[in-house]
Design a protein around this ligand. Structure first.
Ligand SMILES: *Cc1c(COP(=O)(O)O)cnc(C)c1O
Length: 427
């Protein structure tokens, strides 16, 4: 977790607010984020690149600073988007819904890149009318669809081709995206063909190239390899008279959940900059998890302790519908008692009330806990709330951002009536 989460006076707190106070005021389960941790992660990334690029020999004084486009899907809460927008962030979106969130949060559409393999006509139209920075195109039919939409609306659509650099980022298979066997992007030859096709489209303007090789990547080499391959393409395109304005390396930089040792942003920036050199293009990045993952936790309360012949279960009031990552990827999240107890520990599986054996949040953890205790499921700021559902007709959790000694409820807990609001009975 970020350094803004500390054990003080025998209890876990976020910045200057004890977690018990949050549970008391807003109930559980609740996602809790630190404003300082969110802002700190963003600034650390920006300054690592400003610093690394300033030391590149021969780099022009007026060369553009990188554009950071926070990947909205990691955590799309309006308050979080607004926080990043105020720091000058752009956004990586994958749907019209995310675009609407960015606009509602005061984000600049002119700093939005639109990723994803299945953008619908309506989504292409909405993004074109909003004036986004770039459409990251993933296939030939998508390119043609966008040309038609742009022609109909009398606009010019800025495009980048998403290239699949075919490097193995060595992460979980479900979150690898840059291999040829994968549904995302196009290979090198395919990319050349797409650029040539785009050049011939009157309503498209080629602006960049992009890739995104996966998520929770904890090594630097895959990034350096991917960038080298992308730059080969940049040069081949230039030789054909196709000049690009930006090179977008996607997101995916990993965070520490337990034993991982991901590269620091300083190491990442140094490695990228070494390969990139003093090229004139603007670098674009799309970090998601890196900015929010360790800036948030899921606060939950122990409902029951259920000893068993093989396993002991700590049944808590959060479940897989609140935090899906363990069920989906067998992801590891640290579990921290909010008020640690002295005394012997027992091995527990921490599970939720949902009717699925896959409904677990943590397995085989030594914990000294009792009914009613509060637990913090750590590192839950990314792909936690954003992947939550109403399975078992469970209202989604509240979200709170702590700023110093202030708590701000930035999303109210869902009410049960809301869950079937749009439903109706047969006549
Ligand atoms: C999901 C995604 C990201 C963000 O990934 P993280 O691992 O959260 O950094 C960035 N770009 C694209 C295209 C994505 O699909």
């Amino acid at each position: 977790m970020d350094a803004m989460f500390t054990l003080r006076g025998g209890a876990l707190q976020v910045e200057d607010v004890p977690l018990q106070a949050i549970a008391e005021r807003f109930g559980t389960p609740t996602y809790v984020y630190s404003k300082a941790a969110l802002g700190g992660a963003f600034r650390a990334f920006e300054s690592a690149f400003a610093d690394a690029l300033s030391r590149v020999p021969g780099r022009a004084d007026g060369a553009p600073q990188p554009l950071v486009c926070y990947a909205v899907k990691a955590n799309p809460n309006l308050a979080i988007l607004n926080l990043f927008a105020r720091m000058g962030s752009g956004f990586d979106i994958v749907s019209a819904g995310e675009l609407a969130r960015v606009v509602a949060a005061g984000g600049d559409p002119g700093r939005v890149v639109f990723s994803g393999v299945g953008k619908s006509t309506a989504e292409l139209e909405a993004a074109l009318l909003a004036g986004i920075l770039c459409f990251n195109i993933e296939s030939v039919p998508e390119l043609h669809r966008l040309e038609q939409v742009a022609a109909r609306l009398g606009r010019i659509a800025p495009v980048s081709i998403r290239v699949n650099p075919d490097v193995n980022p060595k992460t979980h298979p479900y979150i690898t995206t840059g291999l040829n066997e994968n549904k995302f992007g196009v290979g090198h030859e395919g990319a050349l063909a797409l650029y040539r096709a785009a050049r011939d489209c009157r309503h498209l303007r080629i602006t960049g190239i992009d890739c995104h090789i996966g998520s929770q990547i904890t090594e630097i080499e895959p990034y350096a390899d991917a960038l080298e391959r992308i730059l080969e393409l940049v040069d081949r395109l230039a030789a054909e008279g196709i000049e690009l304005d930006h090179v977008d390396l996607g997101g995916g930089l990993g965070i520490r959940y337990s034993e991982e040792s991901p590269p620091s942003v300083t190491e990442y920036a140094a490695a990228i900059t070494r390969v990139f050199g003093n090229r004139r293009q603007r670098l674009v990045f799309e970090p998601g998890r890196l900015f929010v993952g360790n800036a948030g936790l899921l606060l939950t309360r122990v409902e029951y302790l259920k000893p068993g012949p093989v396993k002991n279960f700590a049944i808590v009031d959060a479940a897989m519908n609140d935090l899906m990552r363990p069920a989906l990827y067998e992801a590891y999240h640290e579990v921290l008692p909010v008020v640690p107890r002295a005394g012997a520990t027992t091995w527990y599986d921490v599970v939720g009330p949902v009717c699925e054996s896959g409904d677990w949040l943590a397995r085989n953890r030594p914990l000294a806990i009792a009914e009613g205790d509060l637990l913090a499921i750590a590192s839950a700021g990314a792909y936690g709330m954003s992947m939550s559902s109403n399975y078992n007709t469970r209202p989604r959790a509240a979200e709170v951002i702590v700023d110093g000694d202030c708590m701000h409820e930035v999303r109210a807990r869902e009410r049960i009536e809301q869950l079937f609001e749009g439903e109706s009975l047969l006549p």
